[in-house]
Design a protein around this ligand. Structure first.
Ligand code: ATR
Length: 289
């Protein structure tokens, strides 16, 4: 990578960010497109995000990704908020433009919901009219549910360990297709048997707890089900192995990561993103880690 006086800068703000795959993914994409751009990890402590973003704007950054724990708090520094980000109540991508007098303008987007649906469609699953089970009720679940609603999914059951959180999510998104229930193995198996798509948005199965799964060990996964696990470390989680062994279709967590990154790339550069290159860069990073 060449850095010179014309290099355009973007990055990711989070706390922590050292495990982020985004620098590897975006820098590979810039190189593949022959763009003199550079993507840097930017650790920003809670409470410092507003100062950091204003500083990046003053420094001429073209944009920035926002990750945990700043996705909600950055809403207040923005000049414009895309409808998707407003609906989810969180921003993961900021585009910085400039007024004729040089004053920066901050535009907030959320590419997670569209990224999730893009990953589903890329794997040949059309969510329209489909019955879905979403496990978890955190920020990732919110984006997934919003994406599914927008894409015309049928009934969506949100199962969460803490019922109150699932209820909050479904009441905030307000749609008659949504139902909140407490996560139990029995209920999961029952609702999954009637659904076509199961999405794990929880951290269950993530390294180092690779022997954990939301799905009970003794029960076969219905083979008609498509199972999407948002966890990408490891890429093949126990849940996905359980599904594969029963002949169910699986989609791993890099699908959504790459698609949301591709949308951010397009917002910043105005060019189509090289998604295959981005996925390969993530895989290489994961194998090296
Ligand atoms: P994110 O913003 O990435 O979605 P989060 O807001 O911390 O992360 O949400 C994590 C989700 O994983 C929550 O739904 C959490 O359930 P609770 O709301 O009950 O905390 C879920 N989760 C984490 N560990 C879990 C476990 N061992 N069993 C079941 N659910 C778990």
């Amino acid at each position: 990578m060449r850095i010179d006086g014309k290099t355009q800068l973007v990055g990711v703000i989070g706390w922590p960010v050292e495990h982020s795959l985004s620098p590897a993914m975006h820098n590979a994409a810039f190189e593949a497109r022959g763009l003199n751009w550079c993507y840097v990890p930017l650790p920003v402590a809670p409470g410092q995000e507003e100062a950091a973003i204003r500083g990046l704007a003053a420094l001429g950054f073209r944009g920035v990704n926002i990750t945990v724990p700043h996705k909600q708090s950055v809403l207040r520094v923005l000049d414009t908020i895309a409808p998707e980000a407003a609906a989810i109540g969180a921003v993961n991508t900021i585009l910085i433009t400039r007024e004729p007098d040089g004053r920066p303008l901050l535009h907030g987007y959320n590419t997670d919901a569209q990224g999730f649906v893009g990953a589903l469609r890329r794997e040949g699953f059309e969510p329209r009219g489909k019955q879905v089970v979403v496990v978890g009720a955190g920020g990732a679940a919110r984006a997934v549910v919003r994406g599914l609603l927008e894409a015309g999914a049928g009934r969506i059951t949100v199962l969460n360990r803490t019922l109150e959180r699932a209820r909050r999510l479904t009441s905030e998104l307000q749609d008659s297709r949504l139902e909140a229930r407490e996560l139990t193995p029995e209920l999961l198996v029952r609702v999954a048997s009637e659904a076509e798509l199961l999405v794990n948005t929880t951290t269950v199965g993530m390294w180092p707890h690779v022997q954990a799964s939301i799905w009970p060990v003794a029960v076969p996964v219905p083979s008609h089900l498509t199972v999407f696990d948002l966890v990408y470390n490891p890429l093949e989680t126990l849940l996905l192995r359980q599904a594969q062994e029963c002949g169910a279709r699986t989609i791993d967590g890099l699908g959504m990561l790459v698609e949301q990154g591709a949308l951010a790339f397009e917002i910043w550069t105005g060019q189509p993103a090289p998604t295959a290159v981005m996925r390969a860069a993530c895989e290489q990073w994961l194998h090296r880690a």
